[in-house]
Design a binder for this molecule. Structure first.
Ligand SMILES: [Cu+2]
Length: 218
């Protein structure tokens, strides 16, 4: 899965950079502590400034920061690149405390929802190998759509539509959650995302196969 792969790269590189900075800072701290232990007859330097060294330090930090921001923005751009062909569109609406998925391209209006109580979780059905554009909004407070396995999370705001496109390259089913605290039953606000073959997806759109878990379909 492309987005999972890209986020994996971003996470790995940023972890390496953070790890190196951590080790360097602790090494310098340890060196300073050991070298300047109390009781040692070390004369303090009379020099109050080291402009050149400080200049290098600021330069290296700035270079790291600029690189990380630019690289992350580029990866984000890669991940959000426009699809070559018209995407499958799903309108995702979040509410306290569950989800609604509607499929405007279905021959007849197709809507999937649930109560998010117990096993009554709605299932977001998508085809494999085709770009899927999710249009995400909220009916009440801010929620956040999060699929940990796919490493994807995006906020859902009332009166605003956030759009993102994903392409899933294999069939499967993954648990999605709400990642923004939204009230009493926030912790049970789960859903399934299920990737099926394009043929099965077409059958689903035509209402020949529920594919909706226990969520209600209409
Ligand atoms: Cu929530």
């Amino acid at each position: 899965m492309k987005q999972r792969h890209i986020f994996g790269e971003v996470f790995a590189l940023e972890t390496i950079v953070a790890g190196v900075v951590f080790v360097v800072v602790f090494a310098l701290l340890g060196y300073a502590l050991l070298r300047r232990r109390a009781g040692q007859q070390v004369t303090a330097s009379e020099r109050a400034e080291r402009p050149r060294l400080e200049g290098y330090y600021v330069g290296v930090l700035t270079a790291f920061a600029v690189f990380l921001v630019a690289w992350t923005a580029w990866q984000n751009h890669r991940e959000h690149q426009a699809a070559e062909r018209p995407p499958v569109r799903v309108d995702v609406s979040s509410f306290q405390w569950c989800w609604n998925f509607s499929y405007p391209q279905a021959p007849a209006p197709r809507n999937v929802t649930g109560t998010c109580r117990g096993d009554d979780l709605p299932t977001l059905v998508v085809p494999t190998g085709r770009p899927v554009q999710l249009r995400l909004t909220s009916r009440d407070v801010i929620h956040s759509l999060w699929v940990p396995e796919l490493r994807y999370k995006m906020d859902a705001f009332p009166d605003h539509v956030n759009t993102f496109t994903v392409t899933l390259d294999r069939e499967g089913r993954w648990l999605g959650k709400c990642a923004e605290f939204c009230g009493l039953r926030h912790r049970t606000m789960h859903f399934w995302i299920k990737a099926v073959s394009p043929e099965e997806y077409d059958r689903f759109l035509q209402g020949q196969q529920s594919g909706t878990g226990q969520g209600a379909a209409a």
